[in-house]
Design a protein around this ligand. Structure first.
Ligand SMILES: *Cc1c(COP(=O)(O)O)cnc(C)c1O
Length: 358
C-alpha cells in the first residue's frame, strides 16, 4: 500500500472521531432532492488494459485529473452504475442487491471492451465508499445515499480503440425521496427520436446513453409533460423504456414489461425485483414485445433506483391521450410499499436482497 493511502485512512478515522456527529452538518435532511451534494470521499482503483484490477483506495472528494487524450473524454468509453444505501430505524445501513450492479457492470464492460472489477471488488469498493461517507446517509425515512460507480477508459488514445488504462471511481451523494407525494407521470411518446438501437449499447449502462435523450426530454417538458416514453427503433410501434426507467403495464391479473431482447432495454435491478414481488403477490408476469396499443389498459408504472416505483397517470401519442388508474388502490402503490419496505428495513427481507454495511 503506498504511503499516501495510509495517510488517507488515518485522516478518515480522525475526521470521524473529531466530528463525533452521526450526521453531516448543515444539511436540511427534510429537503433533499436529486441534486449535487459533494460528500467526503471517493473510491478509486486503476488497471491497465489486459490486467486485472487490484488495490483500490479512498481519496478526499474533489476534482479529478484527466489527460485530454483520455478514452472517456474522446470516445465515450465509460459505464455508470447507480445504487442506494439506506439507514434503517434501528440504525443499520443497508445496500440493495449490489451484486446485481456488479454483474451489470461486468456485462457492460464486456460490451465496451473494458476490464471490470470482480464482483467481490465491486461490492467491497461500494461498502468502503458508504462507510467513509457514513455521515451523509440520511436519517431513516428521509432518503438515501446514492452511490455512483463509474468505470472509465482513463488512458490516452488518439486512434479509435480501447484505452490503455481504466479507472473505477465511486462517489456518493445524499438524495431525497424522489417525487415526494409520488405524483403520477404524464408521459409523451416520442415518435421520431430513439433511445436505443438493435445491437447498440442501450442494454448496458453506457455513459453515452443519456445525452441523446435530452432533446426529446427537453421538448416534452416544454410542452408540459414529465418525461418521454421511447419506441423501438426498428418498427417504431413497440414501447421500450422511459428515458431513465423501465416500464410496466397491468391488465387483469397480468403484469407485463418489455423483454430484454435486441439489447435495447436496460436490465434494471428494480425491474427484476418488481417482477419477483408481483409474482409473490399472485400476478402473472410477462416479459414480451409490447405494442403501443397495449397501453390502453388499466394501469402503468415505471421502475428505477431513483424513483423506486412511480405511477404513470397519462400517456400521450401524437393527438391521442390515455389515462391510467393511480392512487392508493393501484398495484404500483403496493409494489412501492413492499420494495421500499425491504430497502429501508421496515419489512423483513426474506429474499436476501439487502446487504448490511456497518
Ligand atoms: C439505470 C437505468 C434504469 C433502471 O435500472 P435500475 O437498476 O432499476 O436502477 C432503467 N433504464 C435506464 C435507461 C437506465 O439507465
Amino acid at each position: 500500500m503506498p504511503a499516501s493511502d495510509l495517510q488517507v485512512s488515518s485522516e478518515i478515522s480522525t475526521k470521524h472521531s473529531a466530528d463525533g456527529g452521526k450526521y453531516a452538518d448543515g444539511v436540511n435532511w427534510d429537503d433533499l432532492s436529486f441534486k449535487v451534494t459533494p460528500t467526503d470521499y471517493i473510491y478509486t482503483m486503476k488497471c491497465n488494459d489486459g490486467d486485472e484490477f487490484s488495490q483500490g483506495y479512498l481519496i478526499p472528494h474533489g476534482n479529478i485529473e484527466l489527460c485530454p487524450f483520455a478514452g472517456i473524454l474522446n470516445y465515450g468509453q465509460g459505464l455508470f452504475e447507480g445504487l442506494k444505501a439506506t439507514r434503517t430505524e434501528d440504525g443499520r445501513i443497508m445496500l440493495f442487491r449490489p451484486k446485481e450492479n456488479a454483474l451489470r457492470m461486468k456485462m457492460g464492460a464486456e460490451r465496451l471492451c473494458m476490464p471490470s472489477p470482480s464482483i467481490e471488488q465491486f461490492i467491497d469498493a461500494v461498502k468502503q465508499t458508504v462507510i467513509a461517507n457514513k455521515r451523509w446517509v440520511p436519517p431513516p425515512g428521509k432518503g438515501a445515499l446514492y452511490i455512483r460507480p463509474l468505470l472509465m477508459g482513463t488512458g490516452s488514445v488518439l486512434g479509435v480503440g480501447p484505452a490503455p488504462e481504466y479507472t473505477l471511481l465511486i462517489y456518493a451523494c445524499p438524495v431525497g425521496i424522489f417525487h415526494k407525494g409520488r405524483a403520477a407521470l404524464n408521459l409523451y411518446v416520442e415518435d421520431k427520436l430513439r433511445r436505443a438501437t438493435t445491437g447498440g449499447a442501450g442494454g448496458v449502462k453506457s455513459i453515452t446513453n443519456y445525452a441523446p435523450v435530452y432533446k426529446a426530454q427537453k421538448e416534452a417538458r416544454a410542452k408540459g409533460f414529465s418525461d418521454v416514453l421511447f419506441l423501438d427503433s426498428v418498427t417504431g410501434k413497440n414501447i421500450e423504456e422511459i428515458s431513465t426507467a423501465n416500464i410496466f403495464i397491468l391488465k387483469g391479473n397480468v403484469v407485463s414489461t418489455p423483454a430484454l431482447i435486441n439489447g435495447t432495454v436496460l436490465p434494471g435491478v428494480t425491474r427484476k425485483s418488481i417482477m419477483e414481488i408481483a409474482l409473490d403477490f399472485g400476478y402473472q408476469v410477462e416479459e414480451r414485445v409490447i405494442p403501443l396499443e397495449d397501453l390502453l389498459q388499466a394501469e402503468a408504472f415505471c421502475t428505477g433506483t431513483a424513483v423506486t416505483v412511480n405511477p404513470i397517470g397519462a400517456v400521450s401519442y401524437l393527438t391521442k391521450r390515455v389515462e391510467f388508474r393511480t392512487g392508493k388502490e393501484a398495484l404500483s402503490q403496493k409494489l412501492y410499499e413492499t420494495l421500499s419496505g425491504i430497502q429501508t428495513g421496515r419489512l423483513e427481507d426474506k429474499k436476501g436482497w439487502t446487504l448490511e454495511v456497518n
